[in-house]
Design a protein around this ligand. Structure first.
Ligand code: ZN
Length: 249
């Protein structure tokens, strides 16, 4: 079966959606759009050759809507959140039907909290490796790099072959996000789920090379992935189990 093409942007629907959920000011919106375009540029320069259906450059910023956690829960995915107590803040989510990313940028306070939650020796190592002048500088840069990671993560989801298993898609998105962050930093502060998932994808790439990128971004048929899954059944099963255990979304 042929994959569906990228749905085109409908300007009127987009405006209506923005009215409903966009919480950023016009000035913030402008800065955010530049940030998204910058990451998109780096992303395609690095992995564009593997992508079957790249999002056109003039559309990418419009595919991201800056919102906040509260709005995300109330307006976009109320059913998800009504199902039970929210366990973690959602910072970004890609709506695969509308091919739209809803994203809450990290606030200054959250970045400071994240920075100060790391152990002193880890902070020291990150500060030195990246040449951060002081804590304030580190917090500012950490905020930028976390946004960069999130944007690249969601760009990966926007362009992924959506027919492949969830574990593969999410491991990949974690890896592309982390690599985008590495383009600007030597040493990252990262959570254990993020690290584990990205490391698993890294191991897949080590072993199978660019084929992994090609499958991820739909340049290979679904059959290729099926064959891959069959040939490396034990490996795929182990990764899929590891993914379920982490309970990552
Ligand atoms: Zn994801």
């Amino acid at each position: 079966m042929k994959r569906e093409g990228m749905p085109p942007l409908d300007p009127e629907m987009r405006d209506a959606l923005r009215l409903e959920v966009q919480t950023s000011s016009p000035k913030e919106r402008e800065a955010y759009e530049r940030e998204v375009e910058g990451v998109y540029h780096d992303f395609l320069a690095k992995w564009g050759e593997f992508v079957k259906e790249p999002i056109p450059k003039q559309e990418i910023a419009n595919r991201f809507i800056g919102t906040d956690d509260e709005t995300l829960q109330q307006h976009i995915y109320p059913d998800w959140f009504r199902a039970g107590d929210r366990v973690q803040a959602m910072h970004a989510m890609t709506d695969m039907v509308r091919k739209t990313v809803f994203m809450e940028r990290m606030t200054q306070e959250e970045a400071a909290e994240l920075w100060h939650s790391a152990r002193e020796d880890v902070r020291e190592r990150v500060r030195e490796a990246n040449g951060y002048a002081d804590d304030a500088d580190a917090v500012r840069r950490l905020r930028e790099s976390t946004d960069r990671n999130t944007i690249a993560h969601e760009i990966a989801h926007l362009m992924q072959d959506n027919t492949l298993p969830h574990w593969f898609m999410e491991m990949g998105a974690r890896w592309y996000g982390r690599q985008a962050e590495f383009m600007k930093a030597e040493h990252l502060l990262e959570g254990s789920i993020q690290r584990t998932l990205a490391d698993h994808y890294d191991a897949l790439l080590d072993e199978h090379g660019d084929l992994v990128h090609r499958m991820y971004f739909g340049s290979k048929s679904k059959r290729t992935f099926k064959r891959f899954e069959k040939k490396f059944a034990a490996e795929c099963k182990a990764l899929s189990d590891a993914f379920s255990e982490l309970g990552s979304a």
